[in-house]
Design a protein around this ligand. Structure first.
Ligand code: HEC
Length: 156
């Protein structure tokens, strides 16, 4: 069974950062802020899941209900996870200032995302072909894009 839900070893990251700091080893590369790292890792996993589902949509004969449900349940569950990592305004990463200056809109985008990933996961539970979940998948893609437009620095 393929599952993309990797547990981020937060404790060990802290441990290494503390140890390096104690030993004076941080001079060459400052470790990424733990909140930035945590939310970027979750976002990367979103990207992987969306890639797997997107491949299935592009090649409908590869429809695989179990693989689909693994990915959509991951997205629905993990849709709640990044937002607590945006509390510290100093930890800007590739987020835009708008995350904090227009926080109500950011929160609205994150809530919309939780809603559309739940809808995609619901559609996936009874899907017997790509047609059954493709519209809900499109909504999720639109939600990623909509939030990134205002709240993520363009890195490409
Ligand atoms: C509510 C806003 C929001 C939603 C919804 C959202 N993202 Fe993001 N995403 C961000 C922000 C902000 C960043 C920049 C984080 C940082 O660098 O601190 C980001 C960064 C990323 C990154 C780069 C991670 C890295 O390694 O730097 C990827 C990939 C990504 N998002 C994919 C997705 C995908 C795929 C979806 C939808 C399934 C999604 N995001 C939904 C706000 C959002």
């Amino acid at each position: 069974m393929l599952s993309l839900h990797r547990k981020t070893p937060i404790k060990s990251i802290f441990g290494i950062a503390l140890m390096s700091a104690a030993l004076g080893l941080t001079a060459c590369s400052a470790p990424l802020d733990p909140d930035v790292k945590a939310r970027q890792d979750i976002m990367k996993d979103y990207g992987d899941a969306m890639g797997i589902i997107g491949d299935m949509v592009k090649a409908p004969d590869t429809f695989d209900a179990e693989l689909l449900k693994d990915q959509t349940s991951f997205l629905a569950e993990a849709s709640q996870n990044p937002w607590a990592h945006f509390e510290n305004q100093e930890a800007i990463g590739n987020a835009t200032e708008a995350v904090w200056s227009d926080n109500a809109s950011f929160v609205a985008e994150s809530e919309k995302f939780q809603q559309v990933t739940a809808e995609l996961n619901n559609a996936a539970q009874s899907a017997s072909s790509v047609d059954d979940f493709a519209p809900a998948f499109k909504e999720v893609g639109a939600s990623c894009k909509s939030c990134h437009t205002d709240f993520k620095v363009k890195t490409d």
